[in-house]
Design a protein around this ligand. Structure first.
Ligand SMILES: NC(=O)c1ccc[n+]([C@@H]2O[C@H](COP(=O)([O-])OP(=O)(O)OC[C@H]3O[C@@H](n4cnc5c(N)ncnc54)[C@H](O)[C@@H]3O)[C@@H](O)[C@H]2O)c1
Length: 330
């Protein structure tokens, strides 16, 4: 059992705290958030509330789960690692390659585990799709086509941090596009160059609501990624290979999963459609973190892929600004 503190009790922190209560692998022992509204939530959950500093000093806390604004992630990872705490950080781990290298190095130096909130990797149909791709059953992966769109941010006040160009460069990228980039890195490895276009087309979101991305990977494969914040939820991840393709379609946002449809089409065969029941992928990810921290199996997202993801992310931010193809540092 891993004792954790959840830092940040906004939208996602309030999903994660009750979710962990159903786990036999980790337990929330305290929470931190400076907002007055957090006190009520902490009382309801019967958890002591304090500051991030209090958490770092608490010897009972073995790990932190960071659900805080993006620009705080790297420093919080480094400080938590320095205090000997294992770290689960919500996506994106960092906003620059220099920062993700700093975060990874701090965790390795302190010999603590680092995990990241990319729960799509823990969705059973995505795991099956990845198994098909990695086993070579579908042949060589050629191209990813994916989107993750939603309209949850339309009701946010305009000064919310998630709508700021500093916390969320390239509009929808850090909200949803980052999950697709992570899965694409999982398929192809490090990226080589990117082209991204972000525009404000269908909402009041001045930071942009419509993002299209082309990523070219070092392996030669491509990913065509779409992220829109001005249309109802849709989610899709498809990998086209030279012997067949596989596509996962989400039925609902990961906040309240309703299941998935996996379609696989092998050359010479019929399309095979398989329905998947809802599963707690967010909890699966947190439990994989707990397993790694308590000496069980290695955490399934390799650090090289965490670094490759943020390296491509930084190039996407640059491309969205310059309007040019940008090289990815590796
Ligand atoms: N994995 C997913 O699918 C998913 C979904 C939603 C959000 N997220 C991620 O979760 C993180 C939080 O997003 P959110 O939507 O919950 O934001 P939010 O604004 O709703 O919540 C953030 C909370 O952090 C608190 N906070 C800020 N600074 C703090 C500090 N120094 N110490 C403690 N608390 C602090 C704020 O007061 C706020 O309550 C982001 O990284 C976001 O990308 C992930």
């Amino acid at each position: 059992m891993l004792n954790v503190a959840v830092i940040g009790l906004g939208w996602w922190g309030r999903i994660i705290v009750p979710l962990i209560k159903s786990s036999s692998k980790l337990r929330v022992v305290r929470v931190a958030d400076p907002l007055p509204a957090a006190a009520q939530f902490a009382r309801e959950q019967e958890l002591p509330l304090g500051s991030f500093d209090d958490v770092l000093k608490d010897r009972h806390v073995q790990g932190v789960v960071l659900c805080t604004p993006h620009t705080q992630h790297t420093d919080q990872i480094v400080r938590a690692a320095g205090a000997g705490k294992h770290v689960f950080c919500e996506k994106p781990l960092s906003l620059t390659r220099a920062d993700v290298l700093r975060a990874v190095e701090a965790c390795n130096r302190a010999r603590v585990k680092l995990a990241v909130g990319h729960e799509k990797r823990f969705e059973p149909p995505i795991q099956e799709l990845m198994r098909l791709v990695k086993s070579g059953e579908l042949g060589t992966p050629l191209q990813v086509e994916a989107n993750f769109v939603q309209d949850k941010f339309l009701s946010l006040p305009p000064d919310n941090w998630r709508l700021s160009a500093k916390e969320a460069p390239a509009g929808p990228m850090t909200a949803t596009g980052i999950h697709l980039l992570d899965l694409s890195v999982g398929v192809f490895g490090p990226a080589e160059r990117v082209f991204a276009s972000v525009r404000q087309l269908g909402s009041q979101l001045v930071n942009g609501d419509t993002l299209g991305i082309l990523v070219n990977f070092k392996s030669g494969g491509n990913a065509l990624l779409g992220a829109v914040l001005a249309t109802p939820f849709d989610g899709r991840f498809a990998v086209y290979c030279n012997k067949g393709w596989a596509e996962v379609r989400d039925k609902a946002h990961p906040e309240a999963p309703q299941g998935w449809t996996l379609t696989v089409h092998r050359r010479g065969g019929e399309k095979a459609v398989r329905e998947f029941s809802p599963a707690k992928a967010v909890l699966g990810n947190l439990e994989a973190f707990a397993d790694a921290a308590t000496g069980g199996a290695p955490y399934p997202v390799p650090q090289a892929e965490m670094i490759a993801n943020v390296s491509a992310l930084e190039a996407i931010f640059r491309s969205a600004q310059t309007g040019r193809v940008e090289h990815v540092e590796n």
